[in-house]
Every structure is written in C-alpha cells, then in structure tokens.
Design a protein around this ligand. Structure first.
Ligand SMILES: [Zn+2]
Length: 488
C-alpha cells in the first residue's frame, strides 16, 4: 500500500512539474507573440547609445543599462571585471571639407584610439614621399599638411605607429627597401597633421589595435589617421598631382583621457532549483565599433539574449538547472570578456551544458545541428518550437559524419574559448527565411551597421527560440552529453 502511495505521489509530482514546465513554455510562446520587447532593447542600444568600443564612456553607459534591465526583471546579476585599459577614448562629431572652388564635404572616418584635430585644422595636401629624395624635397612643407597614402584595400585598422613597427620600417629602409616602406616616423617628426588613406564603401573603420592597450597620456598618437571615401580620394589625389591650389579642413573630435577604464561581463542568472551549479548559457557582446551604432554587431545579439531572459523571467521560469545570460565585453578587441570568463573558470567547465552564442546578423534562428549523443535531448527541448511559427519552421538535425577537431586557435566570436576548451558551444543556424536580401558582409564593421538594418520579425522569433531551448535543456535530468562533440 505504502509502495503504491509513494509511486502515486511520484507520478503526481512529475505531472505537476510537467504542468509547471508547460505553463512556463506556453507563457514564453504567448509573450513572444503579444509582448515581445526585443526591438525596444534595440531602440535603446542602437539609437540612444550607439557605438561603444572598449575605452569609451558609452560602453559604461550601455553596461549600466543592461545591469538595470536584468535587475528589473528579477535576475541575479554578477558584474565581472574583465578588461582594463589605461587610457580612455571618447568620440565627438567629425567633419571635413575640400576647400576649393569646386569644394565638397568629405566622407571619412577615423579608427578608435587615433588622434583628433583639436579644433578645425586646414592644410595643404601632399602625396606620400616614396624615398629619401622625395621626402627631402617636401620635408619643410609637410608641417601642417595632410599626406595621401596610396594603400590598397584597408581592413579599417589604424596605421601601426608602434615603436616596434617604426623600428621594422627603419630596418627596411636601412636595407635599401625604399619605395615600399612607409616613411611614417619621418613624416610625423616633420609635423604632418595626418594621413589619409582611401576606403572602399561602405566604409569599414575599426581601431588602433597595435597601440591602444599600451598608450599613456604621454605617448598619445599625434597625427590623424583618416580613411576617406575612395572616390573622393581619387579626386583629391588628382588635384595634388596637378599641383592645384587647394586645402583640406578636418574637425575631428577624438578625445583621450586618463584611465584606467574597466569593462565588465554582465552575467544575469535565473537560478536552478535542483542543480543550481549547472548552467545552460547564452550570450552576445556589448562592445561595438563606433563608425556606426553597432546595431547588428552585436546590438541585435544583445537584444535577443536580453529578451530571452526577460521572457523566461516574466513567465516565472524556475528551471532545474541555472540559465545564464552573458553580455560580454571586449569581443572586438580580441574576445577579451569571454576569454576571461572561460579561462578563469567562472563556471567550472564540466558544469556547462551548452553555450549558445549569437553574433552573426539579425537573422532568424531556424535550426540547430547537434552530435548524435545530444540529439534526443535537443528534440525534447525544442519540441514546443515545432508549431510555433509555421512561416519560420524550426528543425533539430543530427550531425552526420565525424566530429571536427577541437579548435586550437581563437577566431570568430565569443564561443571560441568555450570550444577551444572542449565545452559545448553549439549555436543556432540563422537564416534569412523570407529572402530579404540580407548580406551581413555588406554591413559588418561598416558605417552601415545601423538600426534600419535590423529585421524585427527575425530577432523577435530568435528570442523565443533561445528562451524555449535553454529552458528545455535546463529542465533535463542531466547535462548534455559531450560524446562525439570533438574529434579529440
Ligand atoms: Zn560581433
């Protein structure tokens, strides 16, 4: 009798848990349709905040906003110091003009952590001297002038002005490699206002990778580093070659200030009821380049991650294991935040079921491909998505063939350090289901990374997919199997 009673109670308990689970999922699906706030987050991050590289006050502002949002939804929030940079960098407006009878407004950008002009600066334009003889001919005129550098396609990074690069160039010149070596230090010492390089459109403008972490207030960059619309560059170059009488004027408000500036990973947690030390994780990076507003890279990812958190919190989710929502810092400067998190074992590596990264454009999460040993668990977790939106069907696929070797080097995005350390970091496949001609490459790291490139229906859908999947996995009786995850 007692036996029967106990098993009856067990069945009842299971049924109750099932109902509670179903109720949460149902609410998430319902809220996902009727009260999806993904684009509210996007509006704030892309339109109110905008560009937010490591080093800026804007990134701190964005952090504070994420923290307050997470807290207002009832998440437990941990703020982890992850990146410190000695000198801070903020950007004000920038403008420029070609001053001549047929003058025009200049279309340009400058990488973060490069020099501004300290007020409008007018100057003549010279072509880059290719050898000592050419340099000697103009060295007296270079002071207060702009120099055109005929580089090929640029990646948008600043010219490497580090002492190391200077000595490499000096050595090359000493070896007689004149003509192919930039006489950078000589021109700076001669007093140029700055350098102008041609840029393809849409303009891709990044940061001063070589120096930003080594700067002090005593060794700040002096010469501007301007990337100019290649069509305008061609016109100006022609004028300089014709020795026409004209000037360029730039007003670039790039400001350096004494740090240190510390940036944070923001970790929001819905605590697990049975296995609180085990985690299903998802994340995106908050830092973004500032030639535009970082709306797609990775504002959209942050908004989707945040909305997944909000939906689950609003639905009263109490999963068996914890769900962690990670808003990373310093991704663009080398995956710094997620690297710090993983390498410091913030969560022990064997306690992570899977980490889902979102950082690849504002597309719809439409499927996931997992190793055979995870397949049944994912099918179960994603079951509620089957009929959620018939226009954007969702499928779970079993990986065919052998696993890939575990990656040895970091690349891509914030999933890298998880994978390199053997932690599952399988992401959703995202696609342009309705064929809106979305090509991420056209936008990525460019001046076109703006709010109007976001695709609300895809992002809102993805927030629901991420919430439901994470919740389903967090409610399993076990962590996901790692069998056959990587080759080794
Ligand atoms: Zn990114």
């Amino acid at each position: 009798m007692r036996q029967t009673l106990l098993s009856l109670m067990a069945v009842l308990m299971m049924a109750l848990t099932m109902t509670a689970q179903d109720k949460v999922t149902k609410t998430v699906l319902e809220l996902g349709r009727t009260d999806n706030r993904t684009m509210e987050h996007a509006d704030y991050i892309a339109r109110n905040i905008g560009g937010r590289p490591v080093g800026t006050h804007m990134l701190h502002h964005a952090e504070e906003w994420v923290i307050s949002q997470f807290k207002s939804w009832g998440l437990e929030v941990t703020v982890q110091d992850a990146v410190t940079i000695g000198v801070g960098f903020d950007r004000g407006p920038w403008s420029g003009r070609l001053l001549s009878e047929d003058g025009f407004t200049l279309h340009f950008g400058t990488p973060a952590y490069t020099a501004g002009t300290r007020g409008p600066q007018k100057g003549k334009v010279y072509l880059e001297p290719k050898n000592q003889r050419e340099f000697d001919r103009i060295k007296g005129a270079l002071k207060g002038s702009w120099v055109l550098l005929e580089t090929g396609a640029t990646s948008g990074l600043a010219i490497d002005a580090s002492p190391k690069a200077d000595s490499t160039r000096a050595a090359q010149l000493a070896e007689g490699k004149e003509g192919s070596v930039l006489m950078y230090r000589q021109m700076v010492d001669a007093g140029v206002l700055g350098f102008i390089r041609p840029s393809k459109l849409p303009m891709q403008v990044l940061y001063n990778r070589a120096m930003c972490f080594d700067l002090t207030m005593d060794n700040l960059p002096k010469a501007c580093d301007i990337l100019l619309d290649e069509h305008q560059f061609a016109i100006i170059k022609q004028k300089a070659e014709n020795r026409e009488d004209f000037q360029l004027e730039f007003d670039i408000r790039n400001h350096f200030f004494q740090g240190p500036m510390v940036y944070h990973n923001i970790l929001g947690v819905i605590k697990g009821s049975q296995y609180p030390d085990e985690y299903v994780m998802m994340g995106s990076h908050l830092d973004a380049y500032d030639i535009a507003t970082g709306s797609t890279d990775d504002g959209q990812g942050v908004c989707v991650t945040m909305e997944a958190a909000r939906l689950l919190a609003a639905a009263g989710a109490k999963p068996k294991r914890s769900i962690m929502f990670c808003i990373w810092t310093g991704e663009e400067y080398g995956l710094l935040g997620s690297k710090f998190f993983v390498e410091n074992k913030t969560v022990p590596w064997d306690k992570i079921s899977n980490y889902f990264n979102r950082d690849g454009g504002p597309l719809a999460a439409t499927s996931i491909t997992v190793p055979p040993a995870m397949y049944d668990d994912f099918v179960k977790a994603c079951e509620p998505l089957k009929d959620y939106n018939p226009d954007i069907p969702f499928t779970v696929n079993k990986r065919e063939g052998d696993p890939q070797p575990r990656p040895k080097t970091a690349g891509g995005s914030d999933h890298a350090y998880f994978q390199m350390n053997g932690i599952p970091a399988i992401s959703f496949r995202e696609s342009d289901v309705f064929g809106y001609d979305f090509i991420y490459r056209d936008i990525w790291h460019t001046e076109d990374d703006l709010y109007d490139k976001l695709i609300p229906e895809y992002m809102e859908h993805s927030a629901v997919v991420q919430a439901v999947t994470a919740y389903g996995l967090a409610n399993l009786n076990h962590l996901l199997s790692r069998e056959g995850l990587f080759k080794d």
